[in-house]
Design a protein around this ligand. Structure first.
Ligand code: SF4
Length: 277
């Protein structure tokens, strides 16, 4: 979802997602191209493509409006296959030299197989899938915090669970789970979207690893999360005024960045990723 850009005299809120909050630290120039200049991205990484397909299939699997019958594993794979083919676009890029399109497709199938085994019969008390929000941040006028929760369940009266599907390689460590900003944002949002919340479990599903990690009954305080968000947003509002001074910060992530045409650090260089076949 694109954040709102404040035009001159516009009262349109400026939206900050978790990705936007993280982006500046990764590379200030990339932050500028994506969120201030809003340049179109050139290409789509195959990792992002795979992640979208897996999310799409799991959204279907847990859609509260889907008919009651439990899908077979073959039906799940067929859904993945159809999604993969239907959404394919000609500018999908592969950055890892030894990896090919089929490796990613197989990875997706394995991830779904593991998920299916661990979670059938998919009778969780789901309230929403792909639940998007854009909520004002108290204390900062004209700022909204936005995001999309992959899934929310209401396990019992007042007892909720927020689920997040991770399609990448990175696993969260136990030490970091309790301070994960993305899930803290979702927790903060859920408290505003629902009433009577007494207990919230946080659940990550690391699809490539075939593992789920649960933090039961988190004791996070929404006032502290709001303060944390204000501390992150305020400096980013200030950089909007000096966007031209935002410098490139080169790192291995450049291999997955599709702003090379704009980036002065990459001028004259050819992007190392190749078009997926
Ligand atoms: S190519 Fe690298 S340095 Fe340039 S904008 Fe992208 S991430 Fe930043």
């Amino acid at each position: 979802m694109s954040p709102a850009k404040p035009a001159g005299g516009s009262t349109e809120p400026v939206r900050f997602s978790y990705s936007r909050l993280q982006s500046y630290g990764n590379c200030p120039a990339q932050y500028r191209y994506r969120y201030i200049d809003r340049l179109p991205e050139q290409g789509l990484s195959i990792e992002a493509y795979l992640g979208r397909r897996l999310h799409e299939v799991l959204e279907w699997l847990y859609d509260p409006d889907r008919s009651a019958a439990q899908p077979s594993f073959d039906a799940l794979l067929a859904r993945f296959r159809e999604s993969w083919a239907a959404a394919w676009q000609p500018d999908i890029m592969i950055a890892r030299p030894a990896w090919h399109t089929d490796d990613y497709y197989q990875l997706g199938q394995r991830a779904l197989a593991g998920f299916y085994r661990r979670h059938e019969p998919f009778n969780a008390p789901v309230t929403h899938v792909e639940r998007s929000f854009a909520l004002p941040l108290e204390g900062l006028p004209n700022v909204e915090i936005s995001g999309i929760m992959d899934r929310t369940d209401r396990l019992a009266e007042g007892h909720w669970a927020i689920h997040d599907y991770k399609s990448g390689r990175r696993m969260i460590s136990e030490a970091k789970a309790g301070s994960d900003l993305q899930m803290r944002i979702y927790f903060w949002a859920l408290q505003q979207l629902e009433t009577g919340i007494e207990q919230v479990d946080i659940v990550w599903h690391f699809l490539q690893h075939g593992r789920s990690v649960t933090l039961p009954s988190v004791d996070w305080q929404i006032a502290r999360i709001a303060a944390q968000l204000r501390r992150k947003v305020e400096p980013l509002l200030a950089v909007e005024e000096r966007a031209g001074a935002l410098e490139p910060k080169e790192s291995p992530l450049c291999g997955w960045c599709h702003y090379w045409a704009a980036c002065p650090a990459k001028r004259g260089q050819t992007h190392p990723a190749r078009v997926a076949q």
